[in-house]
Design a protein around this ligand. Structure first.
Ligand code: SF4
Length: 345
């Protein structure tokens, strides 16, 4: 995450990042797949309780959101230019040193939750953020009011204790960072708490108000929903590249994918002996890189005395669903929030 330091104040000053910027238009795009069942949160919690299932974040099961959102923001910028005349505009989505959550909060797109992500009463935090930097002075919209109230569900439920205080995240402990951005060994003390999460994670009671996308792009691709760890572990590099074409998962590469799976398989072995899992882990050892080999060895060690540590896994995984948001703050009104707002720079 050295890009945070590398870009310095440009991150906080849009006009230094894109000279001439006078306003930032912020937008959100809901990503729950179109076929999401009403009880989807319970289904996801159940998946995380089954040590042999693979836990892949919902947002990563469909098409790479960077491509989808960037294309739509560019379309919007082109339409604006058609309305107002020549326009300096540059679009961003999770792709540059932009303080997305801060801009979203200042423009009313969502407030910053205690987990540090943006959320909104009619959407939870199940949306992507995007921005258009423009050289137009637009009237700023109102900032979003915060509605976390006394809730601290995300802090309590986070398996790796990454949210060290409200609004403060230790990225070195964050499951998303560890499974996606981090390219070295996963610290041993954090492997058990990862459970079966092999790509990202997220929880918040407001997510019960999350909206399904109208786009087919975020529909889950078959192998990434409901797959077992062993099914995914069986992919060689060619199959990994083929199955994840156009998916955000592809960028982590096959080795990191296997590293994450090895940790999850070790956690499954600790919960219950499984000869198939042991054999599959051993089969990859001869060809494994030093990094992967170390994770496989660790995973195999988890099987020694399997079952005896299952309690500690469920303790660190804390797999009880968070409390209802209605019990922690005023009932959410289902008013729609406009999907596009502006913050002045
Ligand atoms: S889980 Fe609770 S504290 Fe955390 S972001 Fe959601 S509402 Fe806020």
């Amino acid at each position: 995450m050295d890009y945070m330091q590398r870009h310095g104040l440009k991150r906080a000053r849009p006009a230094e990042l894109v000279p001439g910027t006078l306003s930032v238009i912020t937008a959100r795009l809901d990503y729950l797949p179109r076929a999401t069942a009403p009880g989807w949160q319970a289904i996801e919690w159940q998946r995380l309780r089954d040590p042999r299932q693979a836990g892949v974040s919902i947002y990563a099961r469909g098409r790479d959101y960077h491509k989808v959102l960037r294309a739509r923001l560019q379309q919007l910028a082109d339409r604006l230019a058609a309305e107002v005349g020549p326009l300096g505009a540059r679009v961003f989505t999770d792709s540059a040193p932009v303080l997305e959550v801060e801009l979203a909060a200042r423009s009313g797109t969502g407030w910053r939750g205690k987990h540090t992500l943006a959320l909104q009463r009619d959407a939870g935090s199940m949306f992507f953020l995007g921005e258009i930097f423009v050289d137009l002075a637009l009237p700023p919209t109102e900032p979003a009011a915060a509605h976390c109230g006394s809730c601290s569900a995300c802090i309590e439920v986070c398996p790796t204790r990454a949210i060290v205080a409200p609004y403060r995240l230790d990225a070195r402990r964050c499951i998303s960072y560890l499974t996606i951005e981090h390219d070295g060994a996963i610290p041993e003390e954090l492997r058990a708490p990862l459970g079966n999460r092999i790509y990202g994670q997220l929880v918040c009671p407001w997510n019960k108000y999350a909206k399904t996308s109208t786009l087919p792009d975020f529909d889950a691709r078959a192998p990434l929903e409901g797959a077992t760890l062993l099914q995914l572990w069986a992919w060689d590099e060619a199959e990994f590249l083929r199955r994840t074409e156009g998916s955000p998962i592809r960028r982590i590469g096959h080795e990191r994918w296997l590293r994450n799976l090895a940790v999850a398989l070790g956690n499954a072995l600790r919960a219950m002996p499984d000869a198939q899992i042991e054999a599959a882990l051993r089969a990859r050892l001869p060809e494994a890189s030093a990094l992967l080999g170390e994770h496989i060895e660790w995973a195999l060690r988890q099987g020694q005395g399997a079952g005896s540590e299952a309690c500690s896994v469920s303790h660190s995984g804390r797999l009880s669903a968070p409390s209802s948001v209605d019990t922690v703050t005023s009932p959410a009104t289902k008013e729609a929030s406009p999907p596009m707002r502006a913050a002045s720079t």
